[in-house]
Design a protein around this ligand. Sequence first.
Ligand SMILES: [Fe+2]
Length: 208
Amino acid sequence: MNRYTHKILDHLPSVPEHFLHEAQILAQTQPEDRQKNTTLNSYNPTFKTRVLTINGQQTPTARAKRFIVSKDFQEWIQNNIAADFVEASVSITESQRDGVATAIHGAHTDWSRTFVLMYVMDTGGAQCETVFYQEHDQPIWRTDLGCFVTDYSRLTEIDSVTIPLATWYSIDSTVLHGVRNIERDRVAIHVGLQGSDQSIIKSTVSHV
Ligand SMILES: [Fe+2]
């Protein structure tokens, strides 16, 4: 299998409007209610207080939270996007932490999945990018899930992508990755896969 950092999956169908509406409502969960409604995979406690050092400057990392979608939505994903997944959720990458702007989500590998299929509903800003890194003396594709690098002088940028709205992308989340230029909360549907990405639906069935 050829390995990648990100891959467009433009053969996969658009998310039906009523599920987008459901996702939008989840994304509008008020900040004070977010903690109690988030999934087990949100808020990795070791991630949330990290401070990044970039070009000698310190900056707090943005935080991402995920909210599980309904059974009906999960069934649609299973039949149209990926037959087997560990979690289907709406993810919000927050543009503020305690009133302080957080424009950068720090470099990490995901801790609960090895691939994530993303369908962006709000890009978080025109310049918002997903960036991939290699840490010095480490392989590009890591086996240590849930690792986080705060000292950016240890990183080499190897790839970046501005994921467009309403298009399925696959991200290999074992590659160190982060987001930069976050201007407002970034909202995306996430479908997490474990192990391989072979359950991605290869061809579309006919859609009326
Ligand atoms: Fe991630």
